[in-house]
Design a protein around this ligand. Structure first.
Ligand code: SF4
Ligand code: SF4
Length: 130
């Protein structure tokens, strides 16, 4: 339970605390809809935790649990994505949707296969070249 409380605190902090690592993103969206249909959460591990998150952050009610991967991690999807892979609520999409793929996260992002974007991670040597 303590772990989950720290998840909630971190969720709130994420709105205010700027991350220190910035990744370079290149490319553009091909509108395939994969990122709206298959999502992972790095801090919500059980259905019960997801229900609590939806209660605390009602904006997450647009998401649902689609299934689990072979390692038992929850896979989420959005109710707003159309069969064509487009957003049916584009005007009111969440900040996380507008920022996708996030440039400021604490770990290198992994994109869906075939995604039009590319996350360019700088290595230590790249910084030395400057
Ligand atoms: S997975 Fe990539 S290309 Fe497909 S909709 Fe999402 S951002 Fe666009
Ligand atoms: S609100 Fe729109 S852009 Fe955001 S996950 Fe849902 S369908 Fe995708």
């Amino acid at each position: 339970m303590f772990d989950f409380l720290s998840v909630i605190v971190n969720e709130i902090r994420s709105y205010f605390v700027p991350e220190k690592i910035t990744y370079e993103i290149t490319g553009e969206c091909k509108k395939c809809g994969k990122c709206c249909n298959y999502m992972y959460s790095y801090d919500t591990y059980t259905e019960k935790e997801f229900k609590i998150m939806q209660f605390l952050f009602p904006a997450y009610k647009r998401f649902y649990i689609k299934g689990k991967d072979e390692e038992g991690n929850l896979i989420f999807a959005c109710k707003m994505v159309t069969e064509d892979g487009l957003c049916s609520d584009y005007k009111h999409r969440l900040p996380m949707c507008k920022k996708y793929p996030a440039k400021k996260i604490g770990y290198p992002g992994q994109l869906h296969e075939g995604c039009g974007y590319k996350v360019n991670v700088k290595k230590f040597e790249d910084y030395l070249k400057r």
